[in-house]
Structures are given as C-alpha cells and as structure tokens.
Design a protein around this ligand. Structure first.
Ligand code: BDR
Ligand code: CA
Length: 320
C-alpha cells in the first residue's frame, strides 16, 4: 500500500489528481495538505474539505501556507484559469468539517516521522509547505520515501514556461521554496510541463468520464468547463493539459515516464524568476551553483496514451 501526503492548491487539475489518488487501488491518502496558489488558502482549504466530504475521502485536511517564502512572479490568484473559487466556479457548499488544528508543515513532519521511508509526498502546488517542513525537521530528506512534484519547465519536447517564457506557475509562485526543496537531497522526481503538456485531455475524453465514471466523472466534467474555456481562449482548442494528474501517474506507474538525473536550481529573482535549470557536472563551468547539489529525477518523456488509459481506468473503479 502506497502511503501518500497530497500537497495541493485545489484547483481544477488538482481536483482531477485527488480523485485519481482516491480511486487508485493500493493507495492510502494519509493527509491532504493545502497551500495558496490557484486560489487563496481559504478557498483551497475549503475545496479540500468539500472534496473530502463529497467523495468520502478518508484523510485529514491540514491548512498550509498562505503566501510564498520569498519573491514570487505576479500577484493575486489565477481566477481566469481556475475560477474565483478554484473549482471553475461551480457551487461549492460550505463544508461541515474543518481542517485539523496542526498546520501543514507540522503534519508533514509528524507523518513522515511516524513512518520513516514509507510515505510519498505528491506536491502539486507551491513548494512552500515542504520547505517549511524542512525547517522544522532538517532530517526530512532521509525520512520521506519520495517526493513527486508537478512543477517546472526544462525545455524538453519543446515546452517552455506557462507564466513567463521560462517559468511554470507552481515554481514561479514560490521560487525560493522550490530551490530549497530541489537542493536538499530528498529523493525527488519533477514532473514538469515537459511532460504534462504532452498529455492532453480532449473534450471528448472528459465527456467519456462524465458518461462512465459516475459522480466523480460528472464532477470532473463540471469543474473542467472553465479550464477548457481558458485553454480555448489561449490556444483555440477546447481541451486541457494533464498537469497534476501526471504527478499521480508517476506515483502509480513510473514506467510511463522517461527521466534523467540532474542537479536542479531555481532562479529566485530577476526576469527569469521561477526558471528551473538542470545541470550535469562540467569542470569548465565558472559557476559553482550546481556543484555538490544532489540530483533530482526530471521527467523528459511520457507515454501519454497509457497515462490517459490509466486515469480513465482508475476513475472507472469508482463505479465498482
Ligand atoms: C500547475 O499550476 C496550477 O495552475 C495547476 O494546478 C498545476 O499544478 C500547472 O502549471
Ligand atoms: Ca496545482
């Protein structure tokens, strides 16, 4: 059984990822930890509680970071992508429950201390909660089984940034936190735009989920209208990239991806703020910025068709 902490700024594609985790066999969600990002911390925490109650997800919700550790690119929240409430402005009733009293960073520390080496963190928002957990527990890299991050853009497969020519939203939203996390030696896999933009959910694919995956499919269809409309305004196509569910797909079946190992640093100021840059050792470089930084795994390729099949197959398990 894979034990998972889901660190999320729920968010339309975050909601898609959470249902993927929830219906995956052999996954136990130990915690849903929230952060600011696609919407305010109030909205993302509310969305987490709503999904927990709506889909009977047996995991506590911990409220996390309300803002970045350092400078970030841009201000406010991307309501033009995820809606004012983060879930495409569908009606989200007030949840009956409340988040746990512990904050997200402390919950991460407590859970991995309880089960050292056994817990995966799937982080699909800003890296702020994980960076704060590292401050609380410097041994965190040795305690976490693996960290799988949706974030970054390295230029593989021709994909560049989505909030600047070089920066991806999760990383640009707290570049300092991402730099701390990617440099700390935690076993980390980065699932960036290089692969998430390669896997596209068409309108027909999402219609199929609505028709065949019961309440989960209907919910995903409803929240995704806003997301697809945003994409249509940007690219002319009524479809969406598969961002956060790709991080879950890596957890469930890493063989769907090609990867390379490399030290990764994040630019934390200036016009390239939020850029993720990998480096191989090179004795001729004048810079020492990547020297002695433990390697992360970067996803460079993906079997998109198999990933979409895995997603649909898992959601359909909701019907059993
Ligand atoms: C990432 O940013 C957010 O909008 C999505 O939820 C995803 O985590 C994609 O750049
Ligand atoms: Ca997200």
């Amino acid at each position: 059984m894979k034990q998972v902490i889901f660190d999320t700024d729920i968010g339309i594609d975050d909601a898609m990822a959470l249902l993927f985790l929830h219906y995956a066999p052999d996954v136990s969600i130990r915690a849903i930890v929230t952060g600011f990002g696609n919407a305010s911390i109030e909205h993302t925490t509310r969305n987490a509680l709503h999904m927990k109650e709506r889909f009977d997800i047996d995991a506590p919700v911990y409220r996390g970071a309300a803002g970045p550790l350092g400078d970030a690119l841009g201000e406010g929240y991307p309501d033009f992508v995820h809606g004012q409430n983060g879930l495409g402005d569908i009606d989200v009733p007030d949840p009956a429950g409340a988040p746990d009293k512990r904050n997200a960073a402390q919950a991460i520390v407590d859970i991995v201390r309880e089960s050292p080496g056994q817990v995966s963190i799937v982080a699909v928002g800003r890296m702020t909660n994980v960076a704060e957990a590292l401050t609380l527990e410097p041994e965190l890299p040795a305690l976490v089984g693996e960290l799988i991050v949706m974030g970054g853009a390295f230029g593989f497969n021709g994909h560049r940034g989505n909030v600047s020519p070089v920066a991806e939203a999760n990383i640009a939203g707290d570049p300092l936190a991402a730099d701390i996390v990617f440099s700390c030696g935690m076993p980390t896999t980065i699932v960036g735009l290089d692969v998430t933009n390669e896997t596209v959910m068409s309108a027909a694919y999402i219609d199929g989920l609505r028709d065949d995956a019961g309440a989960a499919g209907e919910f995903l269809h409803a929240i995704s209208r806003y997301y697809l409309a945003f994409n249509q305004r940007s690219t002319g196509r009524f479809e969406c990239s598969t961002h956060d569910p790709s991080a879950v797909a890596y957890l469930l079946n890493p063989d769907l991806f090609e990867t390379r190992d490399a030290a990764v640093r994040v630019v934390s100021e200036g016009i390239a703020i939020g850029q993720t840059i990998w480096s191989a050792p090179n004795p001729n470089y004048f810079t020492t910025a990547w020297k002695d930084i433990p390697a992360c795994k970067i996803c460079t390729g993906v079997d998109s068709e198999a990933l979409l099949d895995l997603y649909r197959g898992t959601l359909l398990l909701a019907m059993q």
